[in-house]
Design a protein around this ligand. Structure first.
Ligand code: AHM
Ligand code: MG
Length: 333
C-alpha cells in the first residue's frame, strides 16, 4: 500500500478543495509534531520522571499532573515562533496566550486540552491531546479572550491525538475525517484511515454511571431504558464502555459506533456538565459531525452554541446519530 504522509495529504487537500492554505498546513504540522513529542514523553512514563502530580491547580480548580504541564509547554513552545498564530488558549491556562512580540503573528488561533484524560496518566491507560483552530476576527489588533468566543461552526480545523497502544492523529479540516498512525521508527504520521464514518445505529454507550443519582429526569429515563435492555422499551441489550479519557472513548465510537455522554447534573447547576466547550466539546463535535455522527448538549447542536467564556462547560451527547437524536428528544420533551 502506498504510504501517504500527513504533509502529502495536507498538500493534496489544498489542491483538491482549496481548504488548507500554507499557514494552516504549517499550524497542523506543528501541532502534529508537538503531539509526537508528547507521545514520546507519555511513553517514557516513570523512566522520564513524568508521572504524578505537579502540586499546582489549574483555573478549574483541578490538581495538575506533571504531564498536563509538560504537554502544555510543548504545545506553546512549538507554536510560538512559526508566524501562523495570533494567540493560543488552553485548559491549563487561565487566560489566553498571545504570541510574544518578538515573533511574527498569523491569522489563526489555537485552543487545546494538552493532555486529556489526566486521571489515566499514572495507570498507563490511553490519554490524548485535543485541539481546535479558529480564525482571528477581521481587523483584530491585540488578541483578547473575546476574540476566541466564536461558535464551533467557525472552526477551520480540529483534531486529537490518542496515546494508546498506537499513537494516532485524527483530523478534520471540514472535508471528512482522516486518521494517521505514528510510525515510531520513522517519526512520521502515515495515513491509515481516509474517511472515517460512524455507524448510524449502535448498542453501546459510554457514561460515568456513578453520577446517575445526580442527573436530571430526561437523562435518567434514557439511561434506565438502556439498562433495561431486552426487558424494556428498547427491546434489545446495550453494552457499556467508559475509559474516562474522552479521546479514547470518542476514538472507539468513531470506529465502531456508540454514544458518549457527559450530562449536566444537579450538584452544580451553574456548571453545565464537566467538559469544556471550547477545547473539548467543539473540536470533538466537529470531528463527529464530519464522520456522519451528531453532537448536542441535549437541546441543540454543540457547534451552534455562542460561547460566553473561555472555560465554560457544556453537557455533551455525541456519537451515532440515532442514539444522540433520541436522547436529545428526551431533553426537549
Ligand atoms: P481532563 O481534561 O481534566 O482530563 O478531564 C476530562 C475527562 C474526559 O477525558 C473524560 O471523559 C472525563 O473527564 C472523565 O470524567 P470522570 O472522571 O467523571 O469519569
Ligand atoms: Mg480534558
Amino acid at each position: 500500500m502506498k504510504r501517504i504522509s500527513l504533509t502529502q495529504h495536507l498538500i493534496e487537500e489544498q489542491r483538491l478543495h482549496d481548504s488548507i492554505p500554507a499557514e494552516l498546513r504549517l499550524l497542523i504540522e506543528v501541532v502534529a509534531r508537538a503531539c509526537k513529542t508528547i507521545s514520546h514523553s507519555v511513553g517514557k512514563g516513570a523512566l522520564g520522571d513524568v508521572l504524578g502530580t505537579a502540586h499546582s491547580e489549574n483555573v478549574q480548580g483541578e490538581i495538575q499532573k506533571k504531564l498536563d504541564i509538560i504537554s502544555n509547554e510543548i504545545l506553546l513552545e512549538a507554536n510560538e515562533w512559526g508566524g501562523h498564530l495570533a494567540a493560543m488558549a488552553s485548559e491549563e491556562m487561565e487566560t489566553i496566550h498571545p504570541i510574544p512580540n518578538r515573533y511574527p503573528k498569523g491569522e489563526y488561533m489555537l485552543l487545546f486540552d494538552p493532555l486529556d484524560g489526566s486521571s489515566n496518566i499514572d495507570v498507563n491507560v490511553s490519554i490524548g491531546t485535543i485541539f481546535s483552530v479558529l480564525k482571528a476576527p477581521e481587523g483584530m489588533a491585540t488578541p483578547t479572550e473575546q476574540d476566541f468566543l466564536q461558535p464551533g461552526t467557525k472552526q477551520v480545523a480540529a483534531g486529537y491525538a490518542v496515546y494508546g497502544p498506537q499513537t494516532m492523529l485524527v483530523l478534520t479540516t471540514g472535508n471528512g475525517v482522516k486518521c494517521f498512525t505514528l510510525d515510531r521508527e520513522m517519526g512520521s504520521w502515515v495515513m491509515t484511515q481516509r474517511d472515517i464514518k460512524i455507524p448510524e445505529e449502535t448498542s453501546e454507550y459510554a457514561i460515568n454511571a456513578s453520577n446517575a443519582r445526580h442527573w436530571y429526569p430526561p437523562m435518567q429515563q434514557y439511561f434506565n431504558e438502556l439498562q433495561a435492555g431486552k426487558t424494556g422499551v428498547r427491546g434489545r441489550d446495550f453494552n457499556m464502555r467508559w475509559i474516562a479519557s474522552m479521546v479514547a472513548d470518542v476514538h472507539r465510537i468513531l470506529n465502531r459506533g456508540g454514544i458518549f455522554m457527559y450530562p449536566a447534573d444537579k450538584r452544580e447547576p451553574d456548571k453545565a456538565g464537566k467538559l469544556r466547550l471550547m477545547y473539548e466539546a467543539n473540536p470533538m463535535a466537529f470531528i463527529v459531525e464530519q464522520a456522519g455522527g451528531a453532537a448536542t448538549d441535549g437541546k441543540g447542536r454543540i457547534l451552534d452554541i455562542a460561547p460566553h467564556t473561555l472555560h465554560q462547560r457544556v453537557p455533551v451527547f455525541l456519537g451515532s446519530r440515532s442514539e444522540v437524536e433520541r436522547v436529545t428528544a428526551y431533553h426537549k420533551a
